[in-house]
Write a protein that binds this ligand. Structure first.
Ligand SMILES: Nc1ncnc2c1ncn2[C@@H]1O[C@H](COP(=O)(O)OP(=O)(O)OP(=O)(O)O)[C@@H](O)[C@H]1O
Ligand SMILES: [Zn+2]
Length: 839
């Protein structure tokens, strides 16, 4: 990173510079250097989109990343062909952030660009052919053949032709040789037609003709003219009711759309007459897709505890860039955010609030919207591309000074961030898993804030151990809130022993007596219940009771998941699906049964046990469409659902006053996370889901069903002893070299041929051994899932010393190694996937 700041000319103006490094949408590791033709030198700016030639014939649109006067060593720089933007599309801080991300997460800068630009802003391009205006057939030293002449003739009638057009004109299959010859003879030009994909939303509106709207007498005359024509009069009156043209003349500029103007009984033909008579006019208006909303309420007054926390945070900010706010579930962190955000916005800076997944946090979004109204933009994955472009443009224009968004919102064109808040900072979903850039949005956001000289607030009831470690080291400020807001107290935990109940025949459809009693009790008191099932590695599957056959994916080495609703078996890795077989394909037996305990099965069991209860289920299947979450959450909030069964989704940030019982269906599954973070994740998951219970005056009850009630992890969670747990875990992680004591890099080697994959993985290890850095290399091992989408995979885990320049030396060495390996013929189609700071 130091290298970035040493690079003084990075942000500098560029007079006299005649080379530009350009970020191209192709898989090359670096920016590519081009020559800036003299006539462009005064206009060129970092962040502009330009057109360049890449390789022999590709014409591409790229973004200027850097301007300088060092010619490239390894190749002759081609000239920039054209500049597309007068104003840059992205700002220098963004470019700096992209460069950092590509370096740190070991990916191509083009991949970062691709992730950063909403697809509505990406450029589509298509080659077009034009006659060269300087070409004169008479004086040309090169005669044209008949086919070439035909093309030129066609170009006399049409300004431009596509490749396809030319092929049709001549009736040939490939036009390239002919066009190449025409280009050589300087008869035609080939250029790239670039079009913006974003389409503004245009509405037809109706307004009073301005001359009438401004003049009382004129309006009076109109009323006289429509006397005795009640239909026209009614439309006119309705318009003036919504748009009082003399009190608020500016409203007339935007007018009304027809649907608003014409109510039941109004006739369209009357409106047409009014338009024909020059009273109204119809016009086109570019409108916002995202609606304008005024703030509805003031921020809540903070409790004294919250106020004290706020003051502490601000004091830390005087000396530290980042602060961890460690507040138990329901302590009112959101209200503290609101106050901080208001202060920063008042000072004229921008604010970004990151959430793990917006769809799951609609509650928080609407709480914030009430306070901030239209200056707040929302950015998330369920938005359409056009909506996302609108948020992007809104940040550029200053319409949105505050954005709430998911991880990709770190790429928005902020130019003066003052504060970045990362809520639920411990959430694993902040890490982008696939495709590259495989970034962690929390860590990247901290870097982004650093580039802006902004502050970062990390909030969580269960901080990640990395973050808390940074706080203990004094790198981050630390602020704690250890009790809930208002009258609410922390929930009470109970361990329900599955094995004991089974022995005593008390188990009914996999539920313990204790859980059933608590549910029954809550139902009788009109309270609500949340049942949590960790799906991970425990999805329902179909198995033959006679021979043990289980349905597996044809492309991956995993068993298929049974989806009862669709009567289908699906692969959760590649999407493959098939119908449930009637008989076992291996032995022919008809004794096929579903194993495992997915959310669907639990919902079914509970509705058998509590037939009077109204059930709801929240998981990937029930929330696929845009409003799935919203509908379920609204129903739950309105008390139309008594028992809500769900996966991880229901643990995130929900705040429902009537939930008093939380059941953890299979506590043991939570313990089986397959890596060094198992304990930390289990602690977080249990504490978070338990945190949904008893958030108002009635104390919450949390029931964990388990076969191992004596497991000491449960005891730690129940005692809420985060610090002791942290201390023990750190002891182990230090001893066995795990983060935060080392940096992890995971490299996956993939190929369709098992032998090739294995050989390539070993070759990689062999090469890495020679790198002169302090490291431990584990593997290569067959992946946890040995084959995905027909690709065999081997995994290597590298633990790097955190000190000094180990990481940058390693990454540099690694890119050379991978380049060399890729040039070995038998490894040509091997894929190497590098994941820095894997989850
Ligand atoms: N100052 C306040 N005035 C009024 N209500 C408040 C105040 N602070 C918090 N609350 C209420 O207390 C409840 C819990 O607050 P909030 O959801 O912000 O907690 P949290 O710390 O974000 O919890 P979690 O970590 O579980 O998401 C909410 O219903 C919120 O409206
Ligand atoms: Zn599959």
């Amino acid at each position: 990173m130091e290298s970035l700041f040493a690079d003084q000319d990075f942000l500098e103006k560029n007079s006299g510079n005649n080379f530009a490094d350009i970020i191209l949408p192709v898989p090359i590791p670096r920016m590519f250097t081009y020559r800036i033709p003299k006539n462009f030198q005064s206009e060129i700016q970092i962040g502009q989109r330009v057109i360049v030639q890449f390789g022999k014939k590709k014409i591409l649109t790229g973004i200027i990343g850097k301007v300088h006067n060092k010619p490239p060593q390894a190749y002759e720089a081609k000239p920039i062909l054209d500049i597309l933007d007068v104003q840059p599309s992205v700002n220098p801080l963004q470019i700096r952030f992209w460069v950092w991300m590509a370096e740190y997460y070991f990916c191509h800068i083009g991949e970062v660009m691709f992730a950063a630009l909403p697809s509505g802003l990406r450029l589509s391009s298509e080659s077009k052919i034009q006659a060269n205006p300087n070409f004169d057939l008479e004086s040309s030293p090169y005669p044209l053949d008949t086919r070439e002449e035909l093309i030129l003739e066609a170009l006399e009638n049409q300004n431009e032709l596509s490749y396809e057009d030319c092929e049709k004109i001549l009736g040939v299959k490939t036009i390239h040789p002919i066009l190449k010859s025409l280009v050589a003879k300087e008869a035609i030009l080939i250029f790239e037609k670039v079009q913006e994909k974003y389409t503004p939303k245009v509405e037809t509106r109706i307004r009073l003709v301005p001359a009438i709207a401004k003049d009382k007498n004129a309006l009076q005359a109109v009323f006289e003219a429509v006397q005795g024509k009640p239909k026209q009069e009614s439309i006119l009156l309705k318009y003036l009711r919504d748009i009082p043209v003399f009190n608020k003349p500016h409203l007339n500029e935007k007018g009304l759309d027809k649907a608003t103007l014409l109510e039941e009984g109004d006739s369209e033909s009357s409106l047409k007459t009014l338009i024909k008579n020059g009273v109204f006019e119809s016009f086109k208006l570019v409108v916002n897709r995202i609606e304008e909303e005024e703030p509805e309420r003031e921020a809540s007054a903070l409790s004294s505890t919250q106020q004290a926390a706020l003051e502490e945070i601000k004091t830390h900010f005087e000396t530290k860039q980042s602060v961890l706010l460690h507040g138990v579930t329901g302590s009112g962190k959101t209200e503290i955010y609101i106050k901080l955000i208001q202060e920063v916005l008042e000072s004229g800076s921008q604010v970004l609030l990151l959430l793990p997944e917006i769809a799951l946090t609609t509650q928080i979004v609407s709480r914030l919207k009430q306070v901030f109204g239209s200056q707040m933009g929302v950015y998330h994955s369920k938005y359409s591309d056009n909506e996302r472009v609108e948020v992007w443009n809104g940040v550029l224009s200053g319409r949105f000074t505050f954005v709430v968004g998911v991880r990709s919102s770190i790429f928005l064109p902020f130019d003066s961030l003052g504060l970045v808040i990362i809520d639920e900072e411990h959430e694993p979903s902040y890490k982008q898993f696939d495709p590259a850039p495989r970034f962690h949005a929390r860590d990247a956001a901290i870097m982004l804030a650093y580039f802006h000289q902004a502050r970062t607030l990390l909030g969580s009831a269960t901080p990640s151990f990395e973050t808390y470690f940074n706080a203990t080291q004094g790198k981050y400020g630390y602020v704690q809130i250890s009790h809930r807001f208002g009258e609410a107290s922390m929930p009470e935990y109970h361990l329900a022993n599955l094995s004991a109940d089974r022995k005593k025949n008390l188990l009914k459809l996999d539920s313990t007596r204790l859980l059933r009693e608590k549910i029954q009790n809550a139902l009788e008191n009109q309270q609500q219940i949340i049942i949590f099932q960790n799906r991970r590695g425990y999805s329902p599957y179909v198995q033959c009771e006679d021979c043990g056959w289980a349905a597996e994916c044809v492309q991956c080495d995993v068993s298929l998941t049974y989806h009862q609703f669709a009567e289908e078996l699906r692969c959760h890795y590649c999407g493959y699906k098939e119908k449930v077989p009637q008989t076992c394909p291996a032995c022919g037996s008809s004794q096929l049964s579903t194993q495992g305990m997915g959310t669907e099965r639990i919902e079914e069991s509970l509705s058998l046990l509590f037939p009077e209860a109204r059930m709801g289920r929240m998981d990937l299947d029930t929330t696929r469409n845009k409003y799935g979450y919203q509908r379920l959450l609204d129903e739950f909030a309105a008390g139309q659902i008594d028992i809500l069964v769900g996966t991880q989704m229901i643990t995130k940030g929900l705040d429902f006053g009537k939930v008093t019982v939380v059941g953890i269906w299979d506590g043991d599954r939570i313990l089986n996370f397959p890596d060094f973070r198992a304990g930390e994740r289990a602690y977080q998951q249990i504490t978070q889901v338990a945190g949904r219970a008893g958030r108002r005056d009635i104390k919450g009850q949390v029931i964990i069903q388990t076969r191992n009630p004596e497991n000491d992890l449960f005891e730690k969670v129940i005692r809420g002893d985060y610090f002791e747990f942290f201390r023990q875990e750190m002891f182990d992680r230090k001893k066995f070299f795990y983060p935060p004591f080392v940096k992890l890099v995971k490299i996956t080697t993939r190929h369709t041929d098992f032998k090739v994959a294995e050989k390539a993985a070993h070759a990689l290890h062999h090469q890495m051994a020679n790198l002169p850095v302090k490291k431990i290399v584990l593997g290569p091992e067959k992946g946890i899932i040995a084959r995905i989408k027909n690709q065999y995979q081997f995994e290597s885990l590298i633990k790097l010393d955190k000190a000094g320049n180990t990481q940058s030396v390693f990454k540099e060495g690694l890119s050379k190694i991978l380049e060399e390996l890729q040039s070995v013929p038998e490894f040509r189609s091997v894929r190497w996937i590098v994941d820095v700071d894997p989850n």
